[in-house]
Structures are given as structure tokens and as C-alpha cells.
Write a protein that binds this ligand. Sequence first.
Ligand code: FPP
Length: 250
Amino acid sequence: MQAEKKAVPRHVAIVMDGNGRWAKARLLPRLIGHQRGVESVRKVIRACNQAGVECLTLFAFSSENWKRPLEEVSGLMSLFMLVLERETAGLIRHNVSMRFIGDRSAFSGSLQDKIAAVEQQTSHCTGMLLLIAANYGGRWDILQAARKLVAKLASGELSAQELTEQALDQELSTFGLPEPDLFIRTGGEQRISNFLLWQLAYTELYFTDKLWPEFDEQALQEAFKAYANRQRRFGMTSEQIQNQQGDVHA
Ligand code: FPP
């Protein structure tokens, strides 16, 4: 039981890729692929929550996704709105809180209001945190943190000696959360694509050919199994890790 508990990652971060290809293979519009992707989102939220994952971060819209055809972008915006309207009550029922990271100022006023409302309505939930990366980019996150640090340096609130990794970490949009233990990317590409660049430094990476609409509870369990079989060394040797584990179990 103890071993099973340890095998569950605390923080899972997912790039949900392959909606468009799933739809194309069925001669359907890309947006239908995104709609089917929402089904996978629901399954994965439920399964992560049940497994005891503390934080699930989903890459819903990257800062580069604005380059897609206008029709797809506006379809995605309507889908986000619909999902937030439809799913908030269920999240609250399952004690899941929802927060957003990314530059939300680019979204319409009504979507920004909805995002703020959902964050507020789920803020009392003490179970899993669902973090939605929307208009997010890892470089943007580091840059906005750097800007805040520069302002602190300029005002004298921070000295050059106090400019540490922790100081930068505190300004990132993920401050206070455990770093991701497991990164999953569906859809066959093996890239980070400007997701959580700083935060993924020691994360176990898992890539699957499954397209996002095909990714279900069983596929998630397979990713968890692969994660459980990895040895996380954080720069140390296998022997050091084994000694540490011996200390813990002693
Ligand atoms: C990537 O597949 C997927 C997206 C850019 C959108 C994902 C969004 C959802 C599933 C909706 C989730 C909503 C909330 C609020 C969490 P792709 O279009 O790049 O697929 P392709 O590589 O096959 O073209």
C-alpha cells in the first residue's frame, strides 16, 4: 500500500496534443476533436483526483496557439467558456479547486470574468488543484518573473546577493506548488513546446502516441506505472539514492 502511494506523482503536467489529427482521421472539423478532448480532460481529472494527485496542470492554450486559423481560435474560446459554465459545479462537488496561469489579459472580457469567477467559486475546495495553462508560455513565465525581480532590485527591496533560484521561483505563476513529478505529452511529438520550462527541470517525461481524445483512465494508469518504474536521482548517483531510501525505511 505504502509502495503504491509513493508511486503516485504529486503534480502531473500534461500537453494534450492530437485533437486535430483525431478529427482529421475521421474527416471531422478540428473543433470536434477539441470537443472530444474535453471528454478526456474530464476522465483524467476524475482519475487523478481519485489517485490522490495533488496538482494537475493542463496546457489548454499556448501563447503560440493564436497563430491558428481564426475559426479554430474563436471555436476554442467558445469551448473554454462552455466548459467553465458546465463543469464548475462538478469540480466543487469533487472538492477540486481551479486556477489559471498565463496572460489572461488577451482573452475577451467575458472569458476573463468567467475565469475569475470559477477561481473564486472553487477557492474553498481543499482537494486536488486543477491548474489550467491558458495563453501560457514557459518563456513568458520566466520573463514576467524576471521583470518583477528587476523592479524589486530597482526599488531596493531585493539586493543582487538575494537574487537566487528561490527568489525567481517565488515570482513564477506556479509559486507554492510542488514541481511537476510527471510530464505527459500525447500525440506522438516528443517536445516540451514552451510549457513549464523552469519547473520541468527534474520532471520525468512521458510521451505516448495516443491522441488526446483517446487518452483515458487506462492510458493514465500506464503513464503512472512508467513513472513508478523510473528512478529519480536529482543529480545524485543510484547508490546515493538507494542509501537514502534505506535511511527512510530504517
Ligand atoms: C492540441 O491539439 C490541443 C489544444 C490546442 C486545445 C486543447 C483544449 C481542450 C482539450 C479543451 C480543454 C478545456 C479546458 C477548459 C481545460 P492539436 O489541435 O494541436 O492537435 P493536432 O496536433 O492533432 O493538430
